[in-house]
Unconditional design. Sequence first.
Length: 168
Amino acid sequence: MSKNEKIGSDGYSRKVFQAGLNELGKSKISYQPPSVERESNDGWRADIEAATGEERKTVATLDRLHANAVRVAENEELATRIEREKQELHETIDRVSSVAPGNVIREAQDVERMGEQLSGALRSEQPPRRSTIETLVRKFLELKEFVLSKLRKWLGVQDRYGDPLQPT
């Protein structure tokens, strides 16, 4: 694998990963992603101990690429969850927009925009650091639940016959 090979801004390239696997395949070393099972596997340890320095570097590179691919997949999963949460919020805003006060609707729309920005950041080429992502996701979910509780109060406001409160 060439040192000048482009790995990509997300730190993962399927082409580079496959090239590393092919190199190990020529050496009869079957790659296993880092795990407790891999470290306790006597066959794997024997293969690595018998490997050349170049083969060990290839394994280390594959380990890094694997870790980056897992991170990218986690970010995509989080972005999908944020999209679902944002959709729930949007539907609730639509349902109560005729009865809830404007300031509550604006507050909910601000949280919805926050979700859009967070989703975009997670899918960007240079996502924020993992600790920042966790903080932002947690804050978004807290704010979403807070705003939804306010909006649900307006959904629950009914007259004595069970009909939704009509706007005045």
